[in-house]
Design a protein around this ligand. Structure first.
Ligand code: NG6
Ligand code: CA
Length: 503
């Protein structure tokens, strides 16, 4: 008969083997907390740290001053859903034809079996949470908003989620915590439809007398809190958010998440809703910027970030937290409501010296503020290396010592930490299914039909019947098309572009 000692040894051996394989997988691992602060439609020129003088953003500037400010940091797309898809999956959004601006009723865009940033970090022992804007779809077809909603963030790797389904201007205008709408009422069920209104319900189109914010284009379906939205919604009165409280609501959830999960490494994806429309600053911030609600909500977002940083400091976590701040796409001034953003803009240039903005294939569509901070680990400074948000998956996986499947995400961890200046060689940029190539300091935009300018938002889209070629070193504002003057360079860029896009 085998002795108890024999079995004890066997058991110890078993655990040692497991521990070793864990160590094997997490080679050279470091496990700081990771916080991704993601703004919505914040432009390259919207922060003091990136040259803005007409608006004050002291907290984001502090992040930049204490960290590494990237001047060539890109979102993967000039709109939200595709950028967020790439951020979380490490896959170019143009590989998935569904990765475009989604309605509030769209099914989950990410496959639950897909490799994602949160599920990779979970493999390294992280607790993972998302607070804020989701806009990656929910459910797998029809969603009953009164029941548990799945799949969603919790099925693609987030242990905790407190989100809005799509955007602040899209229904349903409710918060969803771990798959359940907050404040449901069996006597007042929530119904959502993007095709037709519910009988007898007022709309922005038919009932202008009920509006406190007028629509400029789109945004004339259901009215919630006096603001006309995209899509129709009925019921759920108790569940509806109060727009002016949204910033505080998300901030408190993010702060609580940090406090509750600080005992283990955590990954927090804090996706703010500012300065996307409708811009509804809390009364504390209304009028502060002198630039109308767009400026005010940037000031509000900056304050929220300051508060989050204070929480990290108060909890003694700053030295052990890697913080990455960026924006999902470039700026837009009028995105569908009359909110005085155009009239009160003054000298402020949300795109800075870049051409275009949200929806555009020009630089301001995708080149965004991109700041990485890790107190005591990253030497403050400026990096001109080419990096893309899509690279966070491979980079952070490498930091925490996890091997990942090949994807479009490149391991840029040494660049993000400031130890190397060797960024990507190139990146394909996307704008509403159109794509362009940045390689080195050159940008090539293939010919596209369609209007040069989206007149409603007053943004140049990048469409032209001709090839466009720009050298960003001499011409950051993309004013001089060199396609005809530098045919060899154009040819080289087209070849490189085709090699990636497979066309
Ligand atoms: C557009 C909306 C715009 C905004 C955008 C999504 C209209 C006319 N315009 O369709 O207001 O909601 O979608 O923005 O409806 S994003 O930042 O989430 O991509
Ligand atoms: Ca956006």
């Amino acid at each position: 008969m085998k002795s108890a000692i024999y079995y004890t040894c066997l058991l110890i051996g078993f655990f040692v083997t497991i521990a070793c394989s864990q160590i094997h997988e997490e080679k050279n691992a470091s496990h700081p907390n990771i916080v991704v602060i993601y703004l919505d439609d914040l432009g390259y020129g919207d922060l003091g740290a990136y040259g803005a003088t007409a608006i004050e953003t002291p907290n984001m500037d502090k992040l930049a001053l204490a960290g590494l400010k990237f001047t060539n940091g890109y979102a993967s797309s000039s709109t939200c859903t595709p950028s967020r898809y790439a951020l979380l999956t490490g896959v170019y959004p143009w590989r998935n034809k569904e990765a475009k601006i989604l309605p509030g009723t769209a099914p989950l865009l990410i496959d639950t079996q897909q490799q994602t940033l949160p599920n990779v970090l979970k493999r390294a022992g992280y607790h993972t949470g998302v607070v804020g804007k989701w806009h990656l779809g929910l459910g797998s077809g029809y969603v009953d908003w009164n029941k548990h909603i799945s799949p969603g963030p919790n099925e693609i790797g987030f242990d905790y989620s407190f989100i809005m389904a799509a955007t602040q201007d899209r229904v349903p205008t409710v918060y969803i915590e771990n798959g359940t709408v907050v404040g449901t009422d069996a006597h007042d069920p929530i119904e959502v439809d993007y095709n037709q209104n519910f009988a007898g319900e007022p709309t922005g189109l038919d009932n202008p007398e009920l509006l406190r914010m007028r629509w400029h284009h789109g945004h004339n379906n259901s009215i919630v809190n006096g603001i006309p939205r995209i899509g129709f919604m009925k019921g759920g009165e108790k569940a509806k958010w109060i727009d002016e409280n949204m910033a505080d609501t998300f901030l408190v959830k993010a702060q609580n998440y940090i406090k509750e999960n600080k005992k283990q490494p955590f990954f927090l994806y804090y996706a703010l809703h500012q300065p996307h429309v409708p811009r509804t600053p809390h009364p504390r911030f209304a009028g502060l910027s002198g630039m109308g609600p767009r400026g005010d909500v940037i000031v509000e977002a900056d304050w929220c970030i300051g508060q989050l940083m204070e929480t990290l400091a108060d909890e003694g976590l700053l030295e052990n937290t890697l913080i990455i701040s960026s924006s999902d796409n470039g700026p837009v001034v009028n995105d569908g409501y009359y909110d005085e953003a155009v009239e009160l803009l003054g000298d402020h240039k949300p795109s800075g010296t870049l051409r275009g903005g949200k929806y555009s294939l020009y630089e301001a569509g995708t080149r965004v503020p991109f700041i990485v901070q890790w107190k005591g680990k990253i030497t403050p400074g400026i990096s001109d290396a080419l990096v893309c948000q899509m690279d966070l998956l491979a980079s952070l996986a490498s930091l925490v010592g996890i091997d990942v499947e090949n994807s479009d995400s490149q391991n840029m961890i040494e660049v993000l930490l400031g130890n190397s200046k060797k960024g990507r060689t190139n990146v394909v940029l996307e704008a509403s299914s159109r794509t362009a190539l940045r390689q080195g300091d050159w940008v090539m935009i293939p010919p596209y039909s369609g209007p040069q300018t989206n007149k409603q938002v007053n943004i140049e889209l990048g469409n032209s019947k001709e090839y466009q070629l720009y050298n960003l070193t001499d011409d950051i504002s993309q004013q001089q098309n060199l396609a005809k003057i530098q045919p060899d360079k154009l040819h080289e860029m087209i070849e490189a572009y085709r090699a990636i896009r497979g066309q």
